[in-house]
Design a protein around this ligand. Structure first.
Ligand code: CP
Length: 312
């Protein structure tokens, strides 16, 4: 694997999931692989799971880890070519990416969508800027349009918990007071297209995602109908895509409850707002597999880093 920028960088999801599950049994088995190599993790946005699980994964592989909260500690970067930099930006991505490439053998980037300029977010200026100007592999730790490490962790978690070859998996929108990006939902959908599963996407009208990502996906606007006989229910909020970055409603009737969940396993990428997105009874029940899901972030990152290291 050269870079891990999106779910599209996965050759075979079943094989990668199997390999990740093997790593989980013996996490330090490849500790020599990263010896004398360094990964730099650059965070333009907050994190708990991604930051700690990626560090843990890198350490398990013997990598040295450097972490930088770029968003509030780095120089403000310029991404446009030919700009007269007499305003707020202090350093161009061309220099920054080349400089970091001298210190690190792999660069991880977290840079969320701004949700104000759809075209700018779609262009993935931070992730693609590093991809273009860095001379080392790039790891996507959640970008404007995708969160492929989360998608892979979700696939591992479904595989560990499924009781039938072809489970029914539902991704449901849920209410939230803030405008959230589309990245987690996008990668979940892309990952589901590589899974042997019956997949249904449910959301209120107005919350349609990028049609390029949902092309061919079963979409059911009636949440109750979508949830019928589900084996796994993954819940996530996202803001409107058509009315870009807007919160159209906070319809409480879309919050996940024990009654709606039925016998399904409950999934969420976390962090989650209790009693807004999902009620306590779900999160505190044995049907919730969110903690296992967060644990699998380590093995998702580790298998991806292992593949990148093997290709160096
Ligand atoms: N799910 C996830 O990416 O969590 P963090 O934002 O805490 O890293």
């Amino acid at each position: 694997m050269k870079n891990y920028l999106s779910i599209n960088d996965i050759d075979s999801l079943p094989k990668l999931v199997e390999e990740a599950k093997n790593l989980k049994k013996n996490p330090k088995a490849n500790v020599a692989l990263g010896a004398n190599k360094t990964i730099g993790l650059l965070f333009f946005n907050n994190s708990l799971r991604t930051r700690l699980s990626t560090q843990k994964a890198a350490t398990n592989l013997g990598l040295e880890v450097m972490v930088m909260n770029f968003g509030n500690e780095g120089w403000a970067l310029e991404y446009e070519d030919g700009t007269i930099m007499n305003q707020g930006t202090s350093e161009h991505i061309k220099e920054a990416a080349q400089v970091v490439s001298q210190y690190c053998d792999i660069i991880g980037i977290r840079a969320f969508a701004g949700l104000t300029d759809k075209e700018k977010d779609k262009a993935e200026v931070v992730l693609n800027g590093f991809k273009e100007y860095a001379s080392v592999p790039i790891l996507n730790m959640e970008s404007s349009v995708g969160h492929p490490l989360q998608g892979l962790a979700d696939a591992i978690t479904i595989d560990e918990n499924k009781t039938k070859k072809r489970p029914k998996v539902v991704l449901s929108w849920a209410p939230h007071p803030k405008a959230l990006p589309h990245a987690v939902a996008n990668s979940f959908i892309e990952m589901m297209q590589l899974q042997d599963a019956e997949f249904v996407l449910t959301h209120p009208k107005g919350y349609e995602l990028d049609p390029k990502i949902t092309n061919g996906v079963t979409i059911e606007n009636n949440q109750e109908k979508a949830l019928e006989n589900a084996d796994f229910v993954s819940v996530k909020n996202w803001s409107s895509y058509a009315n870009y970055g807007k919160v159209l409603n906070q319809d409480e009737s879309w919050m996940m409850t024990k009654e709606k969940l039925g016998k399904a396993k409950f999934m969420h990428c976390l962090p989650v707002r209790r009693n807004v997105v999902v009620n306590d009874a779900v999160l505190d029940s044995e049907q919730s597999i969110v903690i296992q899901q967060a644990n699998n972030r380590t093995y998702a990152a580790q298998i991806v880093l292992k593949k990148i290291l093997e290709n160096l």
